[in-house]
Design a protein around this ligand. Structure first.
Ligand code: SF4
Ligand code: SF4
Ligand code: SF4
Length: 158
């Protein structure tokens, strides 16, 4: 019995070690229900190149930890990343900073009681900033739709 517990805790420790390298965005773009399930799958042989928010650095760290060759990000998952971006309707923002606290990639600029806006190149479309916004002024929009997104920022409906 002791042996079984020892094996289980060794496995848990290995999963946690892998999980600690993941961005904790919990966005599901890897195809799993969050970072820890993906970490568990990698321990059981899943590929290390399925996490778009982690990018190349995470991919390299995972490969090193698991003693595997580095693989560039799987393009199917990279596409999911590039599809959406968050847009703040800036006139409605009350500057509460809740979105900044929720954003795992530091993609939101702003100070307390000041208007906030998104740094598009840093936003991975994970949508974690949307639910915490008390005035519901953040939406996800297609990343390629630049002109329409400028209108959205100003409160218009493209
Ligand atoms: S894609 Fe990366 S950040 Fe998103 S849930 Fe999977 S492991 Fe976590
Ligand atoms: S969707 Fe929101 S929380 Fe996610 S990266 Fe973009 S700005 Fe940050
Ligand atoms: S959570 Fe909403 S209201 Fe608060 S700062 Fe962010 S965008 Fe503005």
């Amino acid at each position: 019995m002791f042996k079984v517990f020892a094996m289980q805790s060794k496995q848990e420790a290995a999963i946690e070690e892998i999980n600690a390298l993941l961005p904790q965005t919990q966005c599901g773009q890897c195809g799993y229900l969050g970072c820890r399930p993906y970490a568990e799958a990698m321990l059981n042989g899943e590929l290390t190149n399925l996490c778009p928010p982690g990018g190349e650095i995470t991919g390299r760290r995972l490969a090193r930890l698991l003693n595997e060759n580095y693989l560039p990000l799987n393009p199917a998952h990279a596409t999911a990343l590039s599809l959406s971006v968050a847009v703040i309707r800036e006139a409605e923002c009350i500057g509460c900073t809740k979105c900044i606290q929720a954003c795992p990639t530091d993609a939101i600029m702003g100070a307390s009681k000041r208007m906030h806006s998104i740094i598009e190149s840093e936003c991975n479309g994970c949508d974690l900033c949307i639910e915490p916004c008390p005035v519901d002024c953040i939406e996800l929009a297609p990343r390629i739709d630049q002109d329409a997104n400028k209108m959205r920022k100003l409160g218009g409906r493209p």
